[in-house]
Write a protein that binds this ligand. Structure first.
Ligand code: DOR
Ligand code: ZN
Length: 357
């Protein structure tokens, strides 16, 4: 069945480029995005130079402006070297503030609660704060949400305990939303041995009970967004003694969620909410006219590296049989992907958060 889904948004990607263009580029990863069916994707600030100053932001905006194939947004990053005086000036150009509260790839990390509080107090309320917070750190961030009432999106939630904390916080009426990644839905610690470095990401893979709690929280309506946390690293880097954390996901997220529909876990309507309607609503983005993806929900395929557009050229889901083939991605009236090839030049994509857009 050919289904038309309007304006898919992935609010959680690490596109690299800039000083990490050996891993991937804005052109390569936004091509992967349209092949995966996405209209717009938002880029995280942990790629060097970190997006924590006005000049670094300008450099990223200019590069994306020239290279992006899909529409896009970028996060500004909270930095240990206090950068809060930049906040009022940059908020209009970005999709939100990202605070890394637990260790991961890159240099951004804020572990001191008083420091986190300074960032919460300074960020303009008009834009969301997206947080990497695991286990008890979720409670630390909820204390700040309670105090400052800033809209907060909890990225890549991966455990039953975190789900319980966030369910209570929603019941309390706190202004929070929740994102979950496909790798935490389809893989567990039991897959770590087979996957080796290709199963390493932050937050890491969890138990089958945690995975089941995530599926339940999706079915119950608690989870708001399915986000890829697309984080390409080269094959060579992954095969070193100390492999970096992160897995690609832009081209596998929609088929994995459509597999869940096929298996009777979720309705197609619920998937459309999670990958398109909810992220558009949370980030306040109307869907532009003639912006949609045509996907054949019955067509099956096997995830294979040779079919991928991402520069990293591998997937933790390789060999998996999924369903849902993207036949066309259309953005603002223009056919940008025809099921095989990208049809527009780098630079077609626009910043959906540009002040004068
Ligand atoms: O596994 C991860 N990789 N988790 C993150 O939070 C960052 C990402 C990256 O940038 O590689
Ligand atoms: Zn991430």
């Amino acid at each position: 069945m050919l289904v038309q889904i309007p304006g898919l948004v992935d609010p959680h990607t690490h596109l690299r480029d800039l000083d990490w263009s050996h891993k991937a580029t804005f052109a390569s990863e936004t091509a992967a995005a349209v092949a995966g069916g996405y209209w717009a994707i938002f880029d995280m600030p942990n790629t060097p130079p970190t997006t924590t100053s006005r000049p670094a932001l300008e450099r990223k905006l200019a590069a994306l402006d020239g290279q992006a194939i899909c529409d896009w947004g970028v996060y500004f990053g909270a930095s240990q070297a206090d950068n809060t005086d930049e906040y009022a000036g940059v908020a209009g150009d970005v999709c939100g503030l990202k605070i890394f509260n637990n260790a991961t790839t890159g240099d951004l990390l804020i572990e001191d609660q008083a420091e986190r509080e300074r960032h919460y107090a300074a960020w303009p309320p008009s834009k969301i704060i997206a947080v990497h917070a695991e286990e008890d750190t979720v409670l630390d961030i909820l204390a700040l949400v309670r105090k400052f009432r800033r809209r907060t999106h909890f990225l890549h939630i991966s455990t039953a305990r975190e789900i319980a904390y966030l369910q209570a916080a929603k019941d309390e009426g706190l202004p929070i939303t929740i994102g979950v990644c496909p790798h935490h839905l389809y893989l567990t610690q039991n897959d770590e041995r087979a996957l080796g470095p290709f199963g390493l990401m932050k937050p890491g893979l969890k138990t089958a009970a945690d995975r089941d709690a995530l599926w339940e929280a999706i079915a119950s309506g608690l989870v708001d967004v399915i986000e890829s946390d697309h984080a390409p690293h080269t094959l060579a880097e992954k095969q070193t003694q100390k492999p970096p954390y992160g897995v690609p996901g832009l081209e596998t997220t929609l088929p994995l969620m459509l597999l869940a529909v096929r298996e009777g876990r979720l309705s197609l309507e619920r998937v459309v909410q999670l990958v398109a309607e909810n992220p558009r609503r949370i980030w306040g983005l109307p869907c532009p006219s003639e912006t949609y993806t045509l996907v054949d929900t019955d067509a099956e395929f096997t995830i294979e590296r040779r079919r991928l557009h991402t520069a990293c050229g591998w997937s933790p889901f390789e060999g998996m049989r999924v369903c849902g083939i993207v036949r066309e991605t259309r953005i603002r009236g223009c056919r940008v992907f025809d099921g095989e090839q990208v049809l527009v030049s780098p630079g077609f994509g626009q910043n959906v958060f540009c002040r004068d857009a």
